[in-house]
Design a protein around this ligand. Structure first.
Ligand code: PLP
Length: 465
């Protein structure tokens, strides 16, 4: 009897939430004096993360929020591996090199076996590297011609923030083509208006952040070919394929945007977006060895030999790279195509359903020939509405959905849009449940018209990540 009671007591002491550790609130901004039981500390941290909200209902992000159990296991296997230690972990280095070749091949490199490229932490680091290569090459050309190198510029459409960073950090003038009226993308004519001898490169985006649409890489390239024929100005292209680089090869193979165009010198993509890898991996590949300036390359020891590296970071986890390789092997072209097409079909289904509701005008409906598996819409113009898209976004949060509303960049800051990214794991069934909630939210404003609309900040501003 006595013995049994002691056991019960011990078990109770062992119970996480009744423990002495958890009967008080934990210190938050100072390291505690004493250690805590790992189970207790884990519970506290895990519970706090619960307040973050559910990433799979985050329809704002481009990044993976669902991963196969095998990917979780690979991440576990590799949590201790530093990808920069090429000598200690030569096989991880080998898998990285294979991924570069696979991407070069997917992007129709003329010589995929001899291409140069690297993994990065994401498209942002890859964009820095791509931009630097353009800048270094331009400087070398200018110096060789005895011309000044103090006023470099770069031409983009409405771009993701990483290109603003690149321009500011490296002191390059960013000639960002603003949106005008219904034109929300770069066009060849707009590029030609801005190009000059100080242009280090043109950066079209395959999957523009604000709408999801592809910019016309081939048309821009053709226009620059004509410019070269007429003036001798030879302007390289870097494609920001953060999303599209992992989509178009599978879902729009006839779209010519990649190394099939000789003017395309480098391409970046995010492995953790439609590459279906877990967060923390991007890629950049150069067309030719000559497109990557030699003095940007550092050599590290690798199996007693030299391994060229070009990166901003040093220590970095190897797991995401290994998971990327796993995905290539696991899915093949067919698997990627099936997964991405399922996402496109769900995007087009949502676009149809939202259009049917009446007060909305679809800007992009998720057509795989025109952009990424996403949709963007606005409120119909010239009609009074009982709510703004900010109010609607706020209302949807009641059910945990994050469907961002935001203003467009220059010169359409007057236009408010709402956007959904359809990713692996956002099933048609979940989409239909979202539509139910969307209708309920719209009906709510029929009964309770908004008299004091929310601002963008109040509705919850977010990053285009
Ligand atoms: C997401 C994104 C980036 C930034 O990529 P990260 O992988 O988040 O660093 C750059 N450009 C475009 C077009 C993007 O969609």
């Amino acid at each position: 009897m006595l013995h049994a009671r002691a056991t019960v007591r011990e078990e109770l002491l062992d119970e996480v939430f009744a423990s002495t550790d958890l009967s008080v609130s934990m210190p938050k901004y100072r390291i505690p004096e004493k250690e805590h039981d790992p189970r207790h500390a884990y519970q506290v941290v895990a519970d706090e993360l619960m307040l973050d909200g559910n990433s799979r209902q985050n329809l704002a992000t481009f990044c993976q929020t669902w991963l196969e159990p095998e990917v979780h296991r690979i991440m576990d296997l590799t949590v201790d591996k530093n990808m920069i230690d090429k000598d200690e972990y030569p096989q991880t280095a080998e898998l990285e090199a294979r991924c570069v070749h696979i991407l070069a091949d997917l992007w129709n490199s003329p010589d995929a076996a001899n291409t140069l490229g690297t993994s990065t932490t994401g498209s942002s680091e890859a964009a820095m590297l791509g931009g630097m290569a353009l800048l270094w090459n331009w400087r070398a050309r200018r110096k060789a011609a005895g011309k000044p190198t103090d006023k470099p510029n770069m031409i983009t459409g409405p771009v993701q923030i990483c290109w603003h960073k690149f321009a500011r950090y490296w002191d390059v003038e960013l000639r960002e083509i603003p949106m005008e009226g219904d034109r929300l993308l770069m066009t060849p004519a707009e590029v030609l208006q801005r190009v000059d001898e100080n242009t280090i490169g043109v950066v079209p985006t395959l999957g523009v952040t604000f709408t999801g649409q592809y910019e016309p890489v081939k048309d821009v390239s053709d226009a620059l070919d004509k410019l070269e024929a007429e003036t001798g100005l030879n302007i390289p292209i870097h494609v920001d394929g953060a999303s599209g680089g992992f989509l178009a090869p599978f879902t729009a193979p006839e779209l010519v945007w990649d190394f099939r165009l000789p003017r395309v010198k480098s391409i970046n993509t995010s492995g953790h977006k439609f590459g279906l890898a877990p967060l923390g991996v991007g890629w950049i590949v150069w067309r030719d060895v000559e497109d990557l300036p030699k003095d940007l390359i550092f050599n590290v020891n690798y199996l007693g030999g030299n391994m060229p590296t070009f990166a901003l970071n040093f220590s970095r986890p190897g797991g995401q790279i290994v998971a990327q390789y796993y995905n290539f092997l696991r899915l093949g072209r067919d698997g990627y195509r099936k997964i991405q097409m399922a996402c496109y079909e769900t995007a087009m289904y949502l676009a149809e359903e939202i259009a049917k509701l009446g007060p909305f005008e679809i800007l992009y409906n998720g057509d795989p020939k025109l952009g990424i598996p996403a949709l963007a819409w606005k409120l119909t113009e010239d009609v009074e509405h009982d709510f703004t898209l900010f109010d609607l976004a706020d209302r949807l949060r009641v059910r945990g959905w994050l469907v961002p509303a935001y203003t467009m960049p220059a010169n359409r800051q007057d236009m408010v849009v709402q956007r959904i990214l359809v990713r692996h794991g956002f099933s048609r069934d979940l989409a239909s449940l979202l539509m139910d909630d969307y209708k309920v939210a719209v009906a709510h404003f029929d009964r309770h018209p908004v008299t004091s609309p929310l601002t963008e900040e109040e509705a919850g501003s977010f990053n285009h990540s």
